[in-house]
Design a protein around this ligand. Structure first.
Ligand code: AMP
Ligand code: ZN
Length: 113
């Protein structure tokens, strides 16, 4: 499959790993928008939040959220952070493998964009 994030999972494209277990991978964003900017992905390919989360795969999304506090701690984000999901064309989703941006390391703007 021609998916950058699947290739990262497979080790075909290098990444700067922050956390990995059997279900998810977290790596540093190649183009960070804040002092800390990590990308959290399920290892299984799910396209986006739009129509692709089903009863069969929703457990991995819940799993990601149970792991976020640990990943945030590993990332040095004790004072808070932002989780962002870009979804679809108008949501500016550029990689079509569902992912959550974990952003922080400074006081973020109250405005989202
Ligand atoms: P989005 O725009 O929400 O689809 O986010 C995709 C994110 O993946 C962007 O912030 C990119 O900078 C990041 N990205 C794309 N390719 C790579 C890569 N090879 N390694 C790390 N981050 C990447
Ligand atoms: Zn993929």
């Amino acid at each position: 499959m021609d998916c950058i994030f699947c290739k990262i999972v497979a080790g075909e494209i290098p990444s700067n790993k922050v956390y990995e277990d059997e279900k998810i991978l977290v790596f540093k964003d190649i183009n960070p928008c804040a002092p800390v900017h990590n990308v959290i992905i399920p290892k299984e390919h799910i396209l986006s939040c739009a129509d692709d989360i089903t009863e069969d795969n929703v457990d991995i999304i819940a799993y990601i959220f149970t792991k976020i506090p640990h990943i945030a701690k590993l990332s040095g984000l004790e004072d808070g952070y932002r989780i962002v999901n870009n979804c679809g064309e108008n949501g500016a989703q550029t990689v079509k493998h569902i992912h959550f941006h974990l952003i922080g390391g400074e006081k973020l703007s109250e405005k989202l964009n």
